[in-house]
Design a protein around this ligand. Structure first.
Ligand SMILES: *Cc1c(COP(=O)(O)O)cnc(C)c1O
Length: 467
């Protein structure tokens, strides 16, 4: 039965001549379209082969349309720009900090041609790829030397491998953090070859605990900023200054993982208790580690600052090569750092700081305007501006809440989740926050130029009928 049907399937040649597919041959490529047609026909044969009853075979045009949709879906990268209306400013799933225009321009310039990545153009000799950013990092933070690797997890692993392999690194039990599942300090330490020596308890660690643990196997003392949790109540910790004093006394380097890596003071933006890189250096930490794509607002990278002696040991370790950054990262990082030399300029040019600095009143007006435009969209029962709390995210303190305004959307009949899915998969993709049966469009993480796009995306997102 099905044998006869199979004989009637159109040929590849016939299909690529149809009106849905012919233009794709020119627009995409002959090979891509032919492959698409073949794989569709293979699937289609399997589909009808398993069926015993007589089947209605699709018309050639219907098939061509289905194939065209499949090819176009495949052409769209799964990595696409997103409007982040979650209110989480450093959303790891959405790529953390967006880059400043200057950083983007620098990346484009450096990407297009060859670049002086490891060539000193003055002497014609080989140079160090960190040269482009080391001077800036030292100028901004007061460090003696600096290096950059792929991310902070890499920076931590490399530092521990270079300074502590085969020996012990002392960390307080209150600082053995996990960040987003795949980053757990004890695991990173183990992979580095250094041995974790835990001291104190979850809630209290004293200077004496460090003193008692120091022995001939000790390689370093380490402090880790507990970025995403807080221990409150009956607590005691050892500050960096005390740790530095103990380190000096025993001639041991102190490593300070400050996590989010604030460069400028963020208290004017309502962000408190984030350690500053310059403060850590001034207090005397030998090595300071942080992410470049968190509060610094730059590209994904792991920044390593500190004393020349330690930085040299770190960059000379064989693992450094495996973690090194490319010219694009260095280009974006250099441009971001040039902006950060002047806090005023940084506040105006670095998107993360612009978003943080937007007055709440401004967000309220924008939320009200968007809500009124969505009011009459079919399927939307109610759209109103509400005051809410946004989050820093990216492994920062959960209590670090920032005032914000949202557009809260209630739907007539459709489920919120299916509506949200269609918003996420539309163009532009919009990701909001579902909270208490409403879809929130949080404007704290949205630049004003995207407001109109949000209105358009939501009003064009067809609300499907209930089942
Ligand atoms: C975020 C964070 C890390 C991991 O940094 P990545 O850049 O994501 O690799 C490590 N330590 C602390 C304290 C952090 O906050």
């Amino acid at each position: 039965m099905t044998k006869g049907v199979l004989r009637h399937l159109p040929s590849v040649t016939e299909l690529i001549e149809t009106s849905p597919l012919k233009p794709l041959v020119d627009r995409i490529s002959h090979n891509v379209v032919v492959d698409g047609v073949r794989s569709f026909l293979d699937d289609y044969r399997q589909e009808i082969d398993g069926v015993d009853q007589p089947v209605d075979i699709a018309s050639v045009t219907q098939m061509a349309e289905r194939i065209a949709r499949r090819i176009l879906r495949g052409e769209r990268s799964s990595l696409r720009p997103v409007i982040n209306a979650t209110g989480i400013l450093l959303h790891t799933g959405l790529g953390r900090a967006p880059l400043a225009e200057q950083a983007i321009e620098e990346m484009v310039t450096i990407a297009r041609d060859y670049a002086s990545l490891e060539l000193d153009l003055r002497t014609g000799k080989r140079s160090n790829r960190f040269d482009a950013v080391e001077g800036l990092l030292c100028e901004i933070t007061g460090a003696e030397a600096a290096a950059v690797v792929n991310n902070n997890a890499g920076a931590t692993m490399l530092t521990l491998a270079a300074l502590g392999s085969g020996r012990e690194v002392i960390v307080s039990r209150g600082q053995l953090i996990e960040i987003g599942g795949s980053y757990r300090l004890p695991d990173v330490m183990q992979v580095s070859g250094a041995c974790l020596r835990e001291v104190g308890t979850t809630n209290k660690t004293r200077e004496q605990d460090y003193e008692n643990a120091i022995c001939e196997k000790t390689a370093a003392l380490m402090r880790v900023h507990p970025s995403n949790f807080m221990v409150v109540g009956f607590t005691a910790g050892v500050g960096l200054a005390e740790l530095v004093r103990i380190g000096k006394k025993h001639r041991l380097p102190v490593i300070d993982d400050i996590g989010s890596g604030a460069i400028t003071d963020l208290t004017p933006y309502g962000i408190r208790d984030e350690p500053l890189a310059a403060e850590s250096i001034a207090t005397g930490a030998d090595v300071v580690l942080f992410s470049g794509d968190k509060l610094m607002g730059g590209p994904q990278s792991g920044i390593i600052l500190g004393k020349r002696k330690e930085i040299e040991r770190i960059v000379q370790h064989p693992m450094a090569r495996a973690l090194r950054v490319d010219k694009l990262t260095l280009a974006a990082l250099g441009a971001t750092l040039r902006l950060l030399r002047d806090p005023q300029q940084a506040a105006h040019q670095i998107p993360l700081l612009q978003l943080l600095a937007t007055p709440n009143e401004n967000l309220r007006l924008r939320a009200e305007s968007i809500a009124s435009q969505l009011q009459h969209v079919t399927g939307i029962a109610k759209a109103e501006a509400i005051e809410e709390e946004a989050f820093l995210g990216g492994g920062s303190v959960p209590t670090q809440q920032i005032k914000t305004w949202c557009v809260a959307i209630d739907l007539d009949t459709e489920s919120l989740n299916s509506f949200h899915t269609r918003l996420r998969t539309g163009t532009p993709a919009v990701v909001g926050r579902v909270q208490k049966g409403q879809l929130l469009i949080d404007l704290r993480s949205v630049p004003p130029r995207q407001d109109a796009q949000i209105v358009l995306a939501i009003s064009q997102c067809p609300i499907s009928a209930p089942n």
